[in-house]
Design a protein around this ligand. Structure first.
Ligand code: FAD
Length: 313
């Protein structure tokens, strides 16, 4: 069966993918950028804080930056296919599948990014947006003065706990271990804050409610002690559990590290010929907008060189 053929297909329309598409086009290739969501931007669309660390974008939100870069792609007439989650890859046949439809490519760039971890407990999906939130930056105003819980032990959880306390919330930070990944600059102010209590060795078992969240059920097990159960009445639960690379598609076809990140060389080449990867899915030292932009651009140049001199890499 004949498939629509593209010179370069880029899967993932976050900053790394947008940059790869822009550079591939500027180098004279015909790239197709494929994105699962309704607009390009990736994590930027969930970045509600104003950026202070991306050269040239001081004070803009992630969504504003995403839309500027998307406009840039439009002015270069880069082909973008939205609302198109790739469901399967066949690297041996150079095929990208969307359910039963496939397109083929000469070179492939994977910019799949990361996805938020989930707890997988009852109530988590059911009350999403009705008391369960993944961003205090975005939703804190909805919980002003109320009791809330925040789940997690990294910088994000501690930063958001402080943010919610500043909003007048009574905050319970729930963490499964008695050690925190958060750095002292985030951790220490939380541990002494009068409006924040910290529960360690605690595991959320259920989020309960009616039309919206009314509380959570927990199990608490200090080392060597009995397992205690507890119900906490509250209005909101913030899940700040970190991320996993969105690389399930590549399993068994590409070399991944022990946590599922794509292994690449310094130009983004993967273990498969003609396939490059960039951005947060490759465990960058500094997961950020600038590294995603830079690494995406590098893969476009590497793919361009390979298409023109394929035997050299
Ligand atoms: C709340 C928050 C705040 C942040 N603040 C900053 C900051 O201040 N400064 C900074 O530099 N960085 C910040 N970052 C980090 C920055 O946004 C990321 O490092 C960057 O977005 C990584 O880009 P990426 O293209 O690798 O991946 P992502 O942005 O994750 O994009 C990956 C894209 O791939 C798509 N995709 C995945 N699988 C498929 C599939 N099967 N089919 C089709 N499409 C698929 C996804 O839908 C997504 O759009 C922040 C991130 C968050 C979440």
């Amino acid at each position: 069966m004949a498939h629509e053929n593209w010179q370069i297909v880029i899967i993932g329309g976050g900053p790394a993918g947008m940059s790869a598409a822009l550079w591939a086009k500027r180098l004279g290739c015909e790239p197709l950028l494929v994105e699962a969501g309704a607009e390009p931007g990736g994590q930027l669309l969930r970045t509600f804080n104003r950026l202070v660390d991306c050269p040239g974008f001081l004070g803009q939100t992630g969504a504003e930056i995403a839309r500027q870069v998307a406009e840039h792609l439009k002015t270069l007439a880069v082909a973008v296919r939205l609302r198109s989650p790739v469901t399967r890859l066949s690297l041996a046949e150079n095929l990208v599948w969307f359910d039963s439809e496939a397109i083929s490519y000469q070179a492939l760039i994977l910019t799949l990014g990361v996805q938020k971890r989930r707890l997988g407990i009852p109530g988590e999906e059911e009350f999403a947006g009705r008391g369960v939130s993944t961003s205090a930056t975005r939703d804190k105003h909805l919980y002003r003065g109320k009791s809330v819980a925040i789940v997690g032990g990294g910088d994000g959880a501690f930063e958001e706990a402080l943010m919610l306390a500043e909003e007048g919330c009574r905050v319970t930070l729930i963490h499964r271990s008695d050690r925190f990944r958060a750095r002292p600059m985030y951790r220490d102010p939380v541990l002494v804050h009068p409006q924040i209590r910290v529960l360690t060795c605690a595991r959320l078992t259920e989020i309960v409610g009616t039309t919206a969240v009314t509380g959570v059920n927990l199990e608490i097990a200090q080392p060597g002690g009995p397992v205690e159960t507890m119900h906490l009445p509250l209005a909101g639960v913030f899940l700040t559990l970190g991320t996993n690379p969105a690389t399930q598609l590549t399993a068994g076809q590409l070399e991944l590290d022990s946590e599922g990140y794509i292994v690449t060389d310094r130009y983004g080449a993967t273990s498969a010929a003609g396939v490059w990867a960039a951005g947060d899915a490759c465990r960058p030292l500094l997961p950020s907008l600038v590294t995603a932009f830079g690494d995406g651009a590098t893969t476009a140049k590497a793919a361009f060189d390979w298409l023109h001199h394929p035997k050299e890499s």
